[in-house]
Each structure stands twice: as C-alpha cells, then as structure tokens.
Design a binder for this molecule. Structure first.
Ligand SMILES: Cc1cc2nc3c(=O)[nH]c(=O)nc-3n(C[C@H](O)[C@H](O)[C@H](O)COP(=O)(O)O)c2cc1C
Length: 217
C-alpha cells in the first residue's frame, strides 16, 4: 500500500503542508508507505510543453518530459492513494499545482473516440485546499465551480476525489508587521488555535480512510 502526498504550497511548513503531512500520517497509521513531496523544492519544472509525447504509442499515457515533476508523476502512477494540497491563489490552485495538474491530466487523455483515457482512474485521491476565504465561500459561485473543475479533473485522471477545505487560515505569525487592515489578527490566531487543530485531526482521519479504501473495494 503506497500513498503519494504532495504539498503544492511554496511554504513547506504552513497550513497546506501541515494538513498534507497530517493526512499522510493518517495514511501511515493505516499501514501505508508514504512518499512525501514539497513541489516547490523539486528540481525546475514546467507545465505541459505540448510535445504530445504522451500520445505516442510506446508511451501509453505517460508524460515524457524529464524535469522536477517526473518523479512526482511516477510516484502518483505507483500509488494506491494520493494526497494533494494547494493554497488558493487568486481564486485558483497555486501555479505549481497547475503545472502538475496539466501534466497529470493531459497525459491520460487519448484523443481517441473509442477510448478516452489511457489508464483507468481508480486511485483514491484527497484534494486539500486552504485559503483566506472561509469554507462557506465555496458553496456557490466561482469558488464552487473552480473546486468542481479540479475535483472532476482529478477524478477522471487519478481516481475518485474527495475535497477537504480549510478556510480563514492564519497567513503570517505577526500581522502587526504588515499594513493589512482587512484582517482581525486576534480572530485569525483564535481560529488557528481552536479550529485548525480540529481540521488537522480530520485530515488525519481522511488520510487513514484513503489508505483503507483499496482494501474495501
Ligand atoms: C499569491 C497569493 C494569492 C492569494 N489569493 C487568495 C485568494 O484569491 N483567495 C483566498 O481565499 N486566499 C488567497 N490567498 C491566501 C492563501 O490561500 C492562504 O493564506 C493559504 O492558506 C496559504 O497557504 P499556506 O499557508 O500553506 O502557504 C492568497 C495568498 C497568496 C500568497
């Protein structure tokens, strides 16, 4: 049982990373061997370069671009479960996430009428998003649509995807250093110390469930 966990926030120890790590711990607690990646610590990488190498017969839906994303794509391919977390940047996942997403999803699309995907998408996936926007802001409108798009994309190319949101996150340790009148630092801190720990527990449970999923099907 292998689980591949990827933090696609450039920050390796903040909200997104903490939730991904906790979900990974949950998977470990259920017996999984976890491979953890900080995307922004990988060698240089790009999004899809439109070489269409993944559509050449011998490659069978495998991206041929050899850069920092290649080991992650390989680890996803070998995984029985995937955990991927991203911050919300300007209403979308991070740019790094999107580079990975392009390569991950496009490689599996065949352009054939008879068969749409090279590989079956049956690896359960946990998609975590963190943001300033509270969870309620994802119930409708642009954020709801955005989440649905990525959920569908991951479900179609990796496997059945569950979404976990953590909103209203603490962005910095010391708000007084910045001219950020929009936020109430005390409320942010309070939430970080009361609600966020509960979210970490939930992430742990979801990770444990992810690892157990294969055994139940
Ligand atoms: C470049 C940038 C853009 C952001 N844009 C949004 C946004 O559009 N909506 C939102 O709710 N939060 C936005 N945020 C806040 C982050 O999503 C939030 O603080 C997140 O939890 C950061 O993740 P991290 O702590 O793992 O780095 C933005 C932050 C940055 C740095």
């Amino acid at each position: 049982m292998k689980v591949t966990a990827i933090n696609t926030s450039p920050r390796t120890n903040w909200n997104t990373a903490a939730l991904v790590k906790e979900a990974a711990k949950g998977a470990q607690s259920a017996g999984a061997e976890v491979r953890y990646f900080d995307l922004y610590r990988q060698e240089r990488f790009t999004g899809c370069v439109s070489c269409f190498g993944c559509k050449l017969a011998p490659n069978e839906g495998r991206c041929v671009c050899r850069d920092g994303l290649a080991p992650i794509l390989q680890a996803i391919r070998e995984a029985d479960g995937v955990i991927i977390g991203t911050p919300n940047y300007l209403g979308q996942p991070s740019a790094g996430f999107h580079a990975l997403y392009e390569r991950l999803v496009f490689q599996n699309i065949t352009y054939q009428r008879e068969k749409w995907n090279y590989h079956d998408a049956n690896t359960p996936t946990l998609f975590i998003m963190t943001s300033n926007m509270p969870e309620e802001g994802y119930r409708q409108g642009a954020y709801a649509q955005m989440l649905e798009t990525y959920k569908q994309g991951l479900s179609g190319s990796v496997g059945p995807t569950e979404v976990f949101l953590s909103g209203n996150t603490l962005q910095v340790e010391d708000y007084s250093r910045y001219h950020w009148t929009m936020f109430d630092p005390a409320a942010k801190r309070e939430r970080h110390e009361t609600v966020f720990p509960e979210e970490l527990k939930r992430a742990f449970q979801l990770g444990a469930g992810l690892a157990g999923w294969r055994q139940t099907v």
